[in-house]
Design a protein around this ligand. Sequence first.
Ligand SMILES: Cc1cc2nc3c(=O)[nH]c(=O)nc-3n(C[C@H](O)[C@H](O)[C@H](O)COP(=O)(O)O)c2cc1C
Length: 349
Amino acid sequence: MTQVNSIQDNSPLLPGFKLGKFLINPPIALAPMAGITDLPFRRVCRRFGIGLTVTEMIASRAVGQGRERTERMAELDDNESPVSIQIAGSDSKFVVEAALWAQERGADFIDINMGCPVKKVVKQIAGSAMLRDEPLVARVIDAVVKAVEVPVTLKIRTGWDEQSKNVENIARIAENHGIQMLTVHGRTRAQMFNGHANWFDIGRAKSVVSIPVIGNGDIIDGDSAIEMVKQSGCDGVMIGRAVQGNPWVLAEVHAALMGLPKPAAPAADEVWGVVLEHMLHLADFHGIARASKLARKHVPWYSKGWKGSAEFRSNFQKVHTWPEQMEAAKAYFLTLSEKELTPELLLAN
Ligand SMILES: Cc1cc2nc3c(=O)[nH]c(=O)nc-3n(C[C@H](O)[C@H](O)[C@H](O)COP(=O)(O)O)c2cc1C
């Protein structure tokens, strides 16, 4: 099974960097994704060569309301380190409260979200909407940095829209007010997830600060990771959507940064091993009812690119109980595995 997180060597291209008392090496981070990067998913990804994980975004106003769901979003594994808890909000009082709460829960770093483009968040002048109000950015950062002991990091987009890109200003403000690492998703808010991330814009942030800058947006494999590093000069990379159903991409990016050959694609039985592990973590952490809902999202992703994927995806949505989901996933991936081993297929390849 692919496992590279024991590798200590430095990448000649991205040697890693210090953040507080931690060495971020490999400088590869799993992007925070609401509804996806829960503890079970982060557990699966950890083994594939990442140097930093981040929780899903937690709304600062939700903290203190005593909801179990919020508490679970901040749950970390004992051996999950270094890890950031990401918080969002624009009212310093609530953001500070959330940061202190996150620190208490064992976060090695507090990451502030100023990149979320979602309407509900933007309406409250949080997430990416904050980029339009630079004094507000400074105030919120100031308040959090003063309140907590752990390093505070920031995740941004490159601005509100093409006409008002202010990635350099925000980067400078961040560094001047005590942010210790900056992640830049190379899109404006107006772009949502459309078009392509502008990796040169990540470089614009990098060129005006001396804190580490993590590049994010549209890394899909080793080659794209290398290209982003070259275009932006970033100190680390963050990968999100490409990891859904494909944690192996993390090992591929790691190999590319190390100048090593691309690892072999996983065999179907190896994929099944990871799907099973993921499903067991989901059930263990969330309980069967919620695990079942989440599996409907995650499990079909693992079939992408495999024979019969479209049919499997459609059939999997029709299966409702947890044992049936397990059975359906096992039958699909193990049948693929058997097919792979038939002499006809070996010859055909
Ligand atoms: C479903 C989904 C949920 C996301 N949730 C968050 C979040 O909670 N916090 C955050 O900073 N970014 C969030 N993002 C943005 C990602 O962290 C990342 O910036 C973006 O997907 C671009 O990177 P990628 O091209 O590697 O996916 C989310 C993205 C997606 C697709």
